[in-house]
Write a protein that binds this ligand. Structure first.
Ligand SMILES: [Fe+2]
Ligand SMILES: [Fe+2]
Length: 348
């Protein structure tokens, strides 16, 4: 009944059936699981071992996987680990079938990322209840994912409003990843930098065009309004768990180490590291691309400016050094690649 709230009736015919994958090397178990689950209205596919199952998952991710552990070729734990390691499939709920007393396998399963366990022999009520609750969770995370893509398209819409900033998001994402890799950032931090490149200015959606594109200098009040894009963007990213590491970038990419930035006037280490990286590449990109009021300047000139900001205590010297050490050739190629990506996204 609650499901109806999420899917208005006129959409119900459009809903794709829920697809489950059952993996077990014992044919009788496979058939039993298939029968129990198709009786619930799910579309059920099956595989006799982890290797075949993994290929099926990679070809088309199911909505949920139920897998045995002891299987030839690729066992259930390893299969689970591979599914959970792949960013494209890591959110697919995974139920591992273990003996109830099988503590070692349960621990290995938890480490591999399994979402739930099912004891043998199967209790059909228990199986149905677990599948239902994991699918409910999956629907929720799917909605979060689509909420994230709404924010991303907002960010690209803002970029598209200003022809001079074409490719800015893609270049920022690419430059900041290069710095992140050099400083040994974690996978989560790298993914936050990538998203941050796209989303840092998403809050400009709340700033009037008359201010964003004003050809002359902004008045004090107009500038105060423009500054609010950081806070608006932070609020837009809201409680999306996927964006928790991105929010500090969105909020703090105009902070400067001497406390002269906005919106919070943070100082030194209080400025989040990832926001410091985006601040540097944001300034570099602004200088090396054409704007209505001036031509693009070469990378050397941009690095002169960044060095000046380092001397004045605004930017992090180590991060600027690392960025400069990438060399003009790498930066040029990175920008060209990002521009190609921007052009293909714009025509998509
Ligand atoms: Fe900004
Ligand atoms: Fe920017």
């Amino acid at each position: 009944m609650t499901q109806r709230l999420f899917y208005p009736s006129f959409l119900s015919e459009l809903r794709v059936p829920t697809r489950l994958l059952v993996v077990d090397d014992v044919p009788q178990n496979r058939t039993l699981l298939e029968r129990m689950l198709s009786a619930e209205g799910y579309t059920v596919a099956s595989a006799p071992d982890g290797e075949i199952a993994l290929r099926m998952v990679e070809a088309e991710a199911p909505d949920l996987i139920v897998s045995d552990i002891d299987m030839p070729k690729l066992n259930g734990i390893e299969f689970c680990r591979r599914v959970k390691e792949n960013p494209a499939t890591r959110l697919v709920p995974f139920i591992l079938i273990t003996g109830l007393a099988d503590r070692a396998n349960r621990i290995a399963g938890i480490e591999a990322g399994a979402d739930d366990f099912l004891g043998k022999p199967f209790d059909s009520q228990e199986l149905k209840a677990r599948v239902r609750s994991l699918l409910r969770l999956k629907r929720y995370t799917d909605e979060l994912d689509s909420a994230e893509s709404v924010i991303l398209s907002l960010a690209l819409t803002i970029e598209a409003r200003d022809p001079y900033t074409r490719g800015h998001c893609q270049r920022l994402a690419a430059y900041s990843l290069l710095i992140g890799e050099r400083i040994g950032a974690s996978d989560e931090q790298l993914s936050a930098l990538h998203r941050g490149g796209y989303l840092h200015d998403v809050g400009k959606i709340g700033v009037p065009d008359a201010i964003l594109f004003k050809p002359s200098a902004l008045t004090h009040d107009e500038y105060e309004l423009l500054k609010r894009h950081t806070v608006i963007g932070d609020r837009l990213c809201g409680d999306l768990r996927a964006l928790s590491l991105v929010r500090p970038i969105v909020r703090s990419h105009h902070e400067r180490l001497d406390g002269s930035g906005y919106p919070d006037g943070l100082k030194a280490d209080a400025v989040p590291l990832l926001a410091q990286i985006i601040a540097i590449v944001d300034e570099y990109d602004a200088i090396t691309t054409s704007r209505p009021y001036r031509q693009a300047l070469p990378p050397e000139r941009a690095f002169d400016e960044l060095a000046k900001d380092v001397r004045n205590g605004l930017l992090n010297p180590d991060l600027v050094d690392i960025f400069a050490s990438l060399g003009p050739e790498t930066l040029f190629q990175t920008a060209a690649e990002a521009d190609r990506l921007a052009a293909s996204m714009a025509s998509a």
